[in-house]
Design a protein around this ligand. Structure first.
Ligand code: SAM
Length: 610
């Protein structure tokens, strides 16, 4: 490992230790990425759903967007806000929050910057935009050094928060303070995450800098998803199988955006041109998020050169070309229509636009249609006039159909068990539950070979849908109460206390002894059988027979139980964290193969022979 990587690794590890979040087995490494700079890589095979890392914010606070709603600067609630009585201009929700140590510090600092005893109560929202970088001034030296190691953008537009502080508030900042603040702003722009706090019904969004997660590069089909727990910790989990030495990726943009939008925003905000496999594929693995409807043959037209900002679209069936200038016109007209409909929040209008205008012009999975459908998922069942019990059967069925359609799209774009999948599965489950309440649920068994969306349509599958949603959304602070009540663990650090190595050893011994016993019983049964069948003949079983069978028993049980240690198969903690055993979830093919072989060789065959 080169010197800089080693330094980053040491500092990140010390940081995790200082926040007491280094208790997970370390399944990742910091290495040089071929995308440029550092990246995080899998140190071993990682299975879908596994928690890869937990990170804690080194700086957290309000977002920099001018349209963000006001929040209490201490507990981040949005209700009962008043201005701090010390006239710093920041909102708090109670005397307790005003008197908290964290707020007192920043209140004092802001008041020390003022030129005269001015009151900033009427410019609170501007001040809130600048608060997160201001908080970096309270970091200790180690934390400041860690922030200095993170990626920063050199573009002068980063650091507008400092300009606001100087120009709007006339604050007097020290020279070093200003340089550091500007640097922190550019680090935040390059690395910060939107953090969700609050519960299912009342959430706020913050801006948090997570040092370890800041080293994770972007891919438009990411292999991880992240959620935030009630301590604002970020929990990063694998969404798909990640083979050893593979780079670990987040998506910095919404996964349901089309290539043009994703690449444009990545370029604008993160200053790189993504050329991942999904970006290079005009159909985005068959997701057709950029697809337009060909006006000649009604098939799908896709971009000819998806990595170009401007290019023609071509019909995949008849080859008809839609020129680039027409594409720009279609998107700008549709975009502004969607915005108007969005603001009106009118369900009838939304469906009309989807069924009439969009159906004529774009593919059903075009980004514009998909965003509108996703929005409808959160209106139907939740907005006044459309609450679950008030929903017409037509709207209930449409919501269900949309959930299935979007789930199918997520599978196509290879994003595995991402958070959006968890949310959609739960909404699908709620649709089924409402239909069941109305006595409408179908109980027929549906052939599993039929397409994925249909296989959800049985009563039996409701439980599977719910269980998968619970699995994906475990630890998410914003998850519905019903989901929270079904988490198997209360906290991500409810771990097998004896560590990863001990887990492997215990699971190895359990499997070895299990197989050993089954084979031994089989041999004893065979030996008894021979003795009974040939009791009249003075035929003796040779000593070598016993010796050979004992050796075979040891070798076979030890070999089979060793395979997961060599990563053919896998041993993991069980869900209650009281024991370790084979991973029976059987997700990747190799795991299924291994588990089935164990059952056959160590179970069925010995029992049959007995
Ligand atoms: C959050 S940082 C990721 C870690 C960064 N590589 C480092 O060394 O600190 C984001 C920056 O990494 C680079 N990056 C991330 N994903 C990339 C990708 N897919 N292609 C090219 N550059 C990427 C860009 O410079 C981006 O602004």
């Amino acid at each position: 490992m080169c010197e800089t990587l080693k330094r980053t690794d040491d500092m990140v590890n010390n940081y995790l230790k200082s926040r007491e979040i280094n208790r997970l087995e370390k399944s990742w490494d910091i290495r040089l990425s071929k995308l440029g700079g550092r990246g995080i890589f899998a140190k071993r095979d990682i299975y879908p759903g596994e928690v890869i890392l937990v990170d804690s914010p080194i700086i957290i606070g309000p977002r920099a967007r001018s349209d963000s709603s006001e929040i209490c600067v201490n507990c981040y609630k949005r209700d009962d806000l008043v201005k701090c009585s010390k006239k710093c201009g920041l909102p708090v929700c109670s005397v307790k929050c005003e008197n908290s140590d964290a707020h007192k510090k920043e209140c004092r600092l802001i008041n020390s910057w003022k030129k005269e005893d001015s009151d900033y109560s009427n410019v609170t929202s501007e001040l809130l935009r600048c608060l997160t970088p201001i908080r970096s001034l309270f970091l200790n030296e180690n934390d400041k050094n860690l922030v200095k190691l993170l990626k920063s953008h050199s573009d002068p537009k980063h650091g507008f928060e400092v300009d606001i502080l100087k120009e709007k508030f006339n604050f007097t900042l020290g020279e070093n303070e200003e340089i550091f603040l500007r640097f922190v702003c550019s680090v935040l722009d390059a690395n910060a995450f939107e953090v969700v706090v609050g519960n299912e019904t009342r959430q706020s969004a913050l801006r948090g800098l997570y040092p370890l997660s800041s080293l994770v590069n972007h891919n438009c089909s990411p292999n991880t998803t992240h959620i935030f727990d009630n301590k604002q910790r970020m929990i990063v989990r694998a969404t798909v199988f990640i083979a050893k030495d593979t780079e670990i990726f987040h998506s910095y943009v919404r996964i349901i955006w089309g290539t043009l939008t994703r690449r444009y925003l990545l370029y604008l905000t993160k200053h790189f041109a993504c050329d991942c496999e999904r970006c290079r594929d005009p159909s985005e693995f068959g997701g057709n998020l950029s697809g337009l409807k060909c006006q000649s043959c009604s098939s799908v037209a896709l971009p000819v050169e998806p990595l170009q900002l401007k290019c023609d679209w071509k019909c995949t069936s008849c080859g008809q070309i839609i020129p680039e200038n027409r594409i720009a016109l279609i998107f700008s007209v549709l975009g502004s229509r969607v915005q108007n409909i969005d603001e009106a929040n009118n369900v009838e209008e939304m469906f009309k636009f989807l069924d009439e205008k969009l159906a004529q012009l774009v593919a059903p999975t075009n980004q514009i249609a998909v965003e509108l459908k996703y929005k409808l998922v959160w209106i139907l069942g939740y907005s006044p006039g459309y609450l679950w019990k008030e929903l017409s059967l037509e709207y209930l069925e449409r919501k269900e159909a949309i959930c299935r359609e979007l789930l199918e799209l997520l599978s196509r774009i290879k994003v595995g068990q991402c958070k959006m999948r968890g949310l959609l599965l739960y909404e699908l489950y709620l649709c089924q539950q409402e239909k069941e309440r109305r006595g409408l649920i179908e109980t027929i068994e549906i052939n599993n070979n039929e397409d994925e969306s249909k296989s959800y349509n049985t009563k039996r599958d409701m439980k599977n849908i719910f269980d998968e949603a619970v699995d994906i959304l475990t630890f998410d602070v914003g998850a519905a109460e019903e989901i929270k009540n079904n988490w198997k663990k209360a906290d991500v650090f409810d771990l097998w206390v004896f560590g990863y190595g001990m887990c492997q050893l215990i699971a190895f011994l359990r499997l070895m002894v299990g197989i050993f016993q089954m084979i031994t019983f089989t041999l004893i049964a065979i030996e008894r059988l021979i003795s009974i069948l040939y009791y009249k003949e003075e035929k003796k079983i040779e000593f070598s027979f016993y010796l050979t069978t004992i050796i075979i028993t040891w070798v076979m049980s030890t070999t089979i139980a060793s395979l997961p240690l060599a990563k053919i198969g896998n041993y993991i903690y069980d869900t209650t964290c009281t024991s370790c055993e084979l991973d029976w979830k059987m997700k990747p093919g190799s795991q299924t193969g291994f588990n089935v072989s164990v059952l056959v060789l160590g179970g069925f065959i010995p029992i049959l022979l007995m």
